[in-house]
Design a protein around this ligand. Sequence first.
Ligand SMILES: Cc1cc2nc3c(=O)[nH]c(=O)nc-3n(C[C@H](O)[C@H](O)[C@H](O)COP(=O)(O)OP(=O)(O)OC[C@H]3O[C@@H](n4cnc5c(N)ncnc54)[C@H](O)[C@@H]3O)c2cc1C
Length: 392
Amino acid sequence: MSEPFVIDRQQAAVLDTVRRFNAEVVAPVAAELDARADPEESFSWEIVEKADEFGLRTMTLSEDWGGGGADCVTTAMIIEELARADIGISVVMAQTLKIAQILQWALTREQQEKFIPIFRDDPRGVLAIGISEPDTGSNYLIRQDVPFHTKAEKVDGGWRINGMKRFISNGNRAGVYLLFAQTAADKSLFDGSTCFVIDRGLEGFTIGRVHDKMGERLANNAELIFKNCFVPDGQVVGEVGNGFQVLVDFFPASNAYAAASVLGAATAAYERSLEWCRNRVQGGKPLIEHDGIRTQLAEMHMLLDVARTYVRKATWMADHRETAWDPALSAFPKVFASHAAWKIVTWAAELHGGSGYMKETGIEKLVRDVAAFLHSDGVNRTLLLKAAQMIF
Ligand SMILES: Cc1cc2nc3c(=O)[nH]c(=O)nc-3n(C[C@H](O)[C@H](O)[C@H](O)COP(=O)(O)OP(=O)(O)OC[C@H]3O[C@@H](n4cnc5c(N)ncnc54)[C@H](O)[C@@H]3O)c2cc1C
């Protein structure tokens, strides 16, 4: 059940590495980190440094940049496997792996030479993308005629940025960021915003609140605050006013990576349920021998298999965009996977009886973790609206 169906020897070797990383580094500490009250205390630099030692942190940098050269299919496999040990670690790495891909696709050679080494050479190097704002959430996913409230005003030699972003994964931890700001006041964010690449040390850029979250606690989310923050012209990514194009190039793989994270957590819930139902005896026989329970486990298996197939399709197409791409795949895989995962974790809780509600089985953590993806990377309803806009 747990083996991905598209697999070559290199992918198998990478997945073995992830499994070793999960067993040696993440699994022994995940529950304890999750239980800490302060969200900043739930984040572990030791885990990031170990991910670096295992070669996972830079897996999507090309071999020329000293990385593992993972394509989108392999990256999704890695993200899914990481989430089987902890969804927060999967998210810390998913953001890093996917933004490293964008840095290679969207930055000029000169920009890459400045920013990729900052990320690559720091064993604690993680990446973040700042789009969402208090008043601009779903608006960037569905075509709304509204601007970003974070503004970049043209000044001599660069741009002066004022405003804030919120909910940003790795926001308080990253060394390099992609940031979206409005550069044309009279236009919408679709035709009047610009993407910038920035590093942590910029004057006028500070971190606000670190959000206290229900689950996915081993990842941090934070506010990014910009007060008269000067960004040189050389840090504009793509064209001024056309920042949205960077997002359009980013969505295909991004949505499937989010699906992979939630799928990994749901797989963990299924596997624990299977084991539980084999061992727990009620009505004179193991739970798995009761037909109602067998069929529910079979349905969980089927939902996972379909969600994984969808992720494989979307990531394969993202790797072959020149020959095949369906824009609705930048919305559907995460919606399907998170709907399926939500069913699976709540069923898993039920199959565990009262024990499912107790922290000792770890199922309640999975319920809290999976809930993140009903909202993260776009609320499901919003993504269905986005897909409808594309299809109809
Ligand atoms: C765990 C987590 C991690 C995140 N990481 C990042 C990150 O790294 N970077 C980043 O930029 N953002 C990030 N986000 C933000 C996330 O993308 C937004 O929360 C999401 O897009 C929804 O925006 P919102 O919260 O403002 O909700 P809103 O847009 O206010 O939506 C509220 C409700 O209204 C519905 N709705 C909105 N517009 C419409 C409409 N036109 N028609 C019908 N219904 C509508 C929505 O579907 C939803 O049900 C993260 C969020 C979470 C929870």
